[in-house]
Design a protein around this ligand. Structure first.
Ligand SMILES: [Mg+2]
Ligand SMILES: [Zn+2]
Length: 221
């Protein structure tokens, strides 16, 4: 697990800040299958103003937490990842947004790079990256949000004690409750069956990252 930029001394507030933890692929940037080049990272539309508001008005740290098992699978190297994250910071800077940290889990049990091919406490849905960031950046997890496009992002946020936002097609496709189906002409009533014990429900669901960020701004970080 690497944090690309350590916190700068002297900028830490005396009181722990809330954070907005952002998944990278499919949340901060458009979904791509195993991005390996800087040009693969394209920011989601409309997110700049909301990210600026969260950081500058709400005082939230903006922290990327990303599973990058492509490192364990030798699909790309640390150098490639650094180049991608330089590009990511540049793209964000162009819309006036600075990140407080980028945390990466490079592991995967099926990896081919021996030192990375293992279970770890940082691969989401484990909360390790969020917990480490909370210590290093002095963050208040109970006032923080985790936003992501996979159920594992939501789970990691819950395990860290954060509120959560689930975005994108998976978030909006997943049923909120079991509904009765109608067959033939007979009307059926909604069953009393409780929903299956779902992984923790997200606090917010939204079709797009920009919508979720707007909602987080409304509810307050
Ligand atoms: Mg994702
Ligand atoms: Zn890991």
């Amino acid at each position: 697990m690497t944090s690309v930029r350590p916190p700068r001394a002297g900028r830490e507030s005396p009181v722990p800040r809330p954070a907005v933890f952002l998944d990278r692929d499919g949340t901060l940037t458009e979904a791509r299958h195993y991005p390996t080049r800087p040009s693969d990272l394209v920011l989601q539309p409309g997110i700049g103003p909301w990210l600026r508001t969260l950081r500058e008005v709400h005082g939230a740290a903006l922290v990327v937490v990303t599973n990058q098992s492509g490192l364990a699978r030798a699909l790309f190297t640390d150098r490639d990842l650094e180049a991608m994250h330089r590009r990511l910071r540049d793209e964000l800077a162009s819309v006036g947004v600075e990140l407080d940290g980028i945390y990466t889990c490079p592991h995967h049990v099926d990896g081919v790079v021996p030192e990375l091919a293992r279970r770890c406490p940082c691969r989401k849905p484990e909360p390790g990256m969020l917990l480490r960031a909370a210590t290093e950046l002095r963050l208040d997890l109970a006032r923080s949000w985790m936003i992501g496009d996979f159920a594992t992002d939501v789970e990691a946020g819950h395990r860290a004690g954060c509120r959560t936002a689930w975005v994108g097609p998976r978030a909006t496709a997943a049923p909120t409750a079991r509904t009765a189906t109608t067959t033939g002409g007979a009307a059926t009533t909604a069953t009393a069956t409780p929903p299956a014990p779902a992984p923790a429900a997200p606090t917010v669901r939204a079709a797009t990252t920009a919508e979720a960020l707007r909602e987080i701004c409304r509810r307050g970080a």
